[in-house]
Design a binder for this molecule. Structure first.
Ligand SMILES: [Fe+2]
Length: 496
């Protein structure tokens, strides 16, 4: 194994490795040896030395005081070998039956009518949930209290608010207007004071909730920012005890678009044929079918013109997935549920076409698979996040997905491409922090890690459409991302 990989594995568990130890680890059966060393070593050790390796026992009993950090299992050639040939390889067998638990889902819980008061309630809930996350890090005061006279304007103070407006002043500074439930205040970010802060201010999106620390102008009507923080996810997201027991392999796909002339049937059949004994879960993040009337002239691109026949065909494809694989299906903007998000799961008229063991959830939804929390969101908000952020593009979906985790919100902008239904609860707030964030929608593939969250955009099973040709969008079709839930190692498999 490469030196860099060994160092990285130990660093992820909080250890450094000295050169003598490295020499031993590079030879022999490294993955197995590394695991033994990590299991046996005391958490008070800073630098792993040759002696620690020589003392690492061959058995792996749980030892009092040993580190409870993640023990990465290193990817081996057999780990992701194709499925149907799975019998006979060295893939560890699942110790428990794969199970799916739905942790969060809008389905059957929608309460809103869409009146003004619903919107007020919705945004209050967003502010409360994200504000509470920020209050763990800053002590904020209500905006209305800042306008009082006789305040000491030299002392820094903090507010938590939603971004109501942002613009650049005539002198090139940024002016952000933030609002809480008591009032609004403009915040000036000086172009020459702090480059990082100035860039952060430029990347703010409308309606995201932020914390601002700064000083006030003499009359208390303007704030000069010293720092801006986002709710974000913790730097050291703890691996839960349950996660340590995670088992199994999950495959992540999205945007199948059955019914479209550009659906790649041959690639799809190769994929289903590949799904073997070592795969436990198949998770689909929306756009199961191409739908009808989604954009003008779509009928010219459809092979199946009836929406129910599209689902009947999709059911035929998915019902052929090996029976032992637990499937979870969430809708997207091409599917036959309401367009406003959060979207509920498919109605019974559609689900009855499919195998009865499939778990249908809404969009977004949080599920637990084999003790790993997966947040599934089709990802329509990426249209707004990419359009609103300098340097973001459809070719690199990992960036907008990391932004979602920084916002702790899947779809902050109101009034963009996403129609947000004003539910009582803001279902887009990311809490708890998932182990995996899975999106689709953009038809490009990007798998990355943001802090300890694996972010997966799983691409599509549709070749370039006429619309994508006009927009010069290049899809990355026929890919499936496989994740080993114990190690969180992943591989992107191609079927084109
Ligand atoms: Fe799609």
């Amino acid at each position: 194994m490469e030196t860099g990989k060994i160092i990285q594995i130990f660093a992820e568990s909080g250890f450094m490795v000295d050169p003598g130890a490295l020499d031993i680890l590079k030879t022999g059966n490294s993955p197995e040896l590394i695991q033994r060393v990590l299991r046996s070593i005391d958490s008070s050790v800073l630098v792993v030395e040759a002696e620690h390796i020589r003392n690492a026992p061959f058995a792996t009993p749980e030892k009092a005081g040993t580190t409870s950090l993640k023990i990465p299992i290193v990817e081996t050639p057999s780990m992701f070998s194709s499925g149907n040939s799975g019998q006979g390889d060295n893939t560890p067998q699942l110790l428990t039956v794969p199970s799916v638990t739905v942790l969060k889902d809008i389905s059957n819980q929608s309460t809103c009518i869409g009146e003004y008061t619903d919107f007020v309630g919705y945004f209050k809930d967003r502010y409360t949930l994200l504000g509470d996350l920020l209050r763990k890090r800053i002590s904020a005061r209500p905006v209305e209290s800042l306008n009082k006279r006789n305040m000491d304007t030299r002392e820094p103070l903090s507010v938590i608010g939603m971004v109501l407006d942002k613009r650049t002043t005539a002198n090139g500074h940024r002016l952000i207007e933030v609002e809480d439930s008591t009032g609004t205040i403009p915040v000036l970010v000086h172009k020459e004071k702090d480059k990082e802060l100035f860039e952060l201010a430029g990347s703010l999106l409308m309606d995201e909730v932020i914390g601002v620390t700064g000083t006030l102008s003499g009359d208390g009507s303007l704030m000069f920012a010293n720092s801006i923080i986002r709710p974000d996810i913790p730097n050291t997201q703890k691996i839960s005890l349950e996660r340590e027991n995670a088992r199994g392999k999950a495959v992540f796909i999205s945007d199948i678009h059955v019914g479209s002339k550009t659906f790649l049937e041959d690639a799809w059949l190769r994929f289903v044929d590949w799904l073997g004994d070592d795969i436990d879960y198949l998770i689909i993040a929306g756009d199961v079918v191409d739908g009808i009337g989604i954009f003008p002239g779509q009928d010219r691109e459809l092979a199946i013109l009836d929406i129910y026949q599209q689902y009947a065909k999709a059911a035929e494809y998915l019902n052929a997935v090996p029976k032992h694989i637990k499937m979870i299906i969430s809708p997207g903007n091409h599917d036959a549920v309401r367009q406003a998000e959060p979207q509920p799961c498919f109605p019974e008229r559609i689900t009855r076409l499919f195998r009865s063991d499939i778990t249908f959830v809404g969009n977004p939804a949080m599920v637990d698979i084999g003790s790993v929390k997966v947040l599934i969101y089709h990802g329509r908000s990426m249209d707004d996040i990419i359009a609103g952020t300098h340097g973001f593009s459809y070719g690199d979906p990992a960036k907008p997905m990391a932004s979602m985790l920084r916002f702790r919100h899947l779809s902050p902008i109101y009034g963009g491409r996403v129609s947000i239904a004003p539910e009582k609860k803001d279902h887009f707030v990311i809490d708890p922090v998932p182990d995996i964030l899975h999106c689709g929608h953009v038809h490009t593939v990007g798998v990355s890690r943001y802090k300890n969250v694996l972010t997966i955009n799983s691409g599509t099973w549709q070749s370039q459409t006429e619309f994508q040709k006009r927009m010069n969008l290049q899809p990355m079709p026929a890919k499936a991302t496989v994740v080993d839930l114990a190690s969180m190692e992943y591989r992107i498999n191609s079927f084109d």
